[in-house]
Design a binder for this molecule. Structure first.
Ligand code: SF4
Length: 548
């Protein structure tokens, strides 16, 4: 069988906000040139999800600044949104109570910002890109970067139709090679090809990236008139002093609440279960009123890159650029990444247009305009001002809050230099050295619709994979599992938000239910022995988010 080859000028991998913003800006800039002076590049964007937006999940209260720059006033007015933020609060939670934070810096406030579904926003931007001339193909995973003399020349798409033993099934298809002058890597946090490229070219940031697992539900509730637009961010309970993160409650309408919990993956206790923490959060008396009597209608999970300024890798190599979450562009303090994804798209799109105009000059030197422009933008400068905040929190809540204070007072000059971060997988302690984490709450009948176990929740993510294919989750050395089970108590069976890993009866090995996988990548990031490798499954598999 021969592998097909298809050629495009630009290839986007991952149909998320960052890739779409890059392509839209590029095509708009080309179109704005004097009529007939420049031919538009051919653009193909591929995505591993079953449909556009199927793998896109976020809070999401969006800082609209960069979107307003990317879109025309008419396009901006047509943005799909649930509502806008009308009232907001920050709460410190204790096990049974709460205290409102009396003052928040302006940069942390969100009144008037739109509350959106990232899946819907993605579909909207994809529609604009198609209108501008780009082609978009969902259901196709990119599995390899193609190279020639060190230059990225395209991507290989995954084969379709291998059975669980790697043997060709009826209808087997070889994935084609997509050849292009430029590849935009917008795979999201911990992207498969992006991570390979960063490691291979030695372009990681000075600090290793640190992640958090975000778990989110959409809950339909009895009507509560006037609640739409109310948002609440929390810190404290159910996390301890040494675990960074918090919860959010966004009333997206009078009858629908988006609720989520973010748990930083540099946690130490191997018995910590992020899904249990989420359940405890929903059970808290300050949170309960927002979900009481409700029922879950959608569920999902993803990781966020939290490290910030000192973790951002090199953004351009010969033939490829990295945009959005895959480049670590997220402001964890503001719990916002969408505006940085759009901002990276604006800067990358401008650099691509200049390169295109200049006889397809997509060399590293030409593409260096992308990071240059990004680093002159307001969202980047905000990131710079909090450059050490995330590292401060790795020493606990009090040092973290002090780091914020120093940063705000000094305009980002303090603490000076770079505070180091440890890779998330290195922070886990042995089970014998910790106290078991608290269990999820006992479920009252009134909470039955909102207190799901993991598998019931997975049902609401509409996750599906062809069962008869090789597992996309690879345990690199099964002998190491025994060590991990003895020392850490099989943490993959605990942290995975989809119960993919199950301890076998022999208590020395792990069974993998890969078809439940939400593609969050937590297992690859947090496995303390770095023994799990996430690879792209057959295109079209995974969750199918519609309003997340
Ligand atoms: Fe996330 Fe890994 Fe579980 Fe899949 S198997 S849901 S990537 S932790």
């Amino acid at each position: 069988m021969n592998r097909d080859t298809m050629s495009f000028d630009i290839i986007g991998v991952g149909c998320g906000v960052a890739t779409l913003s890059t392509v839209l800006q590029l095509l708009k800039r080309v179109k704005s040139e004097p009529a007939g002076s420049m031919q538009a590049p051919t653009v193909l964007i591929i995505d591993k999800g079953m449909s556009v937006g199927a793998h896109n999940l976020s809070g999401a209260v969006v800082d609209p600044g960069p979107l307003a720059e990317l879109l025309t006033p008419e396009e901006f007015a047509g943005l799909p949104k649930f509502t806008t933020v009308k009232s907001e609060s920050f709460q410190f939670l204790t096990p049974g109570g709460s205290m409102q934070v009396p003052w928040m810096p302006k940069s942390m406030r969100a009144e008037g910002y739109p509350i959106v579904s990232l899946s819907e926003l993605t579909r909207y931007l994809a529609g604009l890109c198609e209108k501008a001339g780009a082609e978009i193909c969902a259901g196709f995973a990119a599995v390899e970067l193609l190279k020639e003399n060190g230059r990225i020349t395209g991507v290989r798409m995954g084969d379709k139709g291998l059975d669980k033993n790697g043997v060709q099934r009826a209808g087997f298809e070889l994935g084609p090679d997509l050849i292009g002058s430029m590849v935009i890597l917008g795979e999201g946090a911990c992207g498969f090809l992006t991570e390979q490229l960063i490691a291979e070219r030695g372009i990681s940031g000075p600090n290793p990236e640190t992640y958090a697992l975000g778990i989110k539900e959409l809950i339909e509730t009895p009507e509560c008139k006037g609640r739409a637009g109310t948002i609440m961010h929390t810190f404290g309970y159910p996390l301890d002093q040494m675990t960074y993160g918090g919860g959010f409650v966004y009333c997206v309408s009078d009858t629908m609440t988006a609720i989520g919990m973010i748990t930083a993956l540099d946690y130490r206790n191997p018995t910590l279960n992020p899904h249990d923490l989420f359940r405890l959060f929903k059970h808290h008396p300050k949170v309960q009123p927002f979900v009481a009597g409700g029922k879950v209608v959608e569920y999902g999970a993803k990781v966020l890159p939290e490290g910030g300024f000192h973790c951002v890798p090199g953004l351009a190599v010969d033939g490829a650029i990295i945009v959005g979450d895959g480049a670590g562009l997220c402001n964890s303090l503001r719990l916002k990444g969408v505006h940085l994804a759009v901002q990276s798209g604006l800067s990358a799109g401008n650099a691509l247009c200049e390169g295109w105009k200049n006889n397809k000059d997509f060399s590293v030197a030409a593409m260096s305009k992308y990071p240059e422009q990004l680093k002159a933008s307001a969202p980047w400068k905000t990131l710079q001002k909090i450059k050490n905040v995330r590292a401060g929190f790795s020493y606990g809540s009090i040092p973290g809050i002090m780091t914020i204070g120093m940063g705000v007072v000094s305009g980002g000059l303090l603490p000076p230099g770079r505070m180091p971060l440890e890779p998330d997988w290195e922070t886990m302690k042995a089970k014998a050295d910790v106290r078991p984490w608290v269990q999820p709450p006992k479920v009252a009948d009134s909470e039955a619709g909102t207190q799901m176990d993991k598998l019931s929740d997975v049902f609401f993510s509409k996750t599906h994979h062809e069962e008869n294919q090789p597992s996309h989750l690879k345990i690199l050395d099964t002998a190491k599992c025994t060590t991990c089970i003895q020392k850490f108590g099989a943490p993959c069976t605990i942290f995975c938000p989809a119960q993919v890993y199950v301890l076998k009866d022999d208590k020395t090995s792990i069974h993998i239910d890969f078809s439940n996988c939400l593609h969050c990548k937590t297992c690859q990031i947090k496995d303390p022995l770095q023994n799990i490798k996430w690879t792209p499954p057959e295109g079209g598999g995974g969750p199918v988010y519609s309003k997340m």
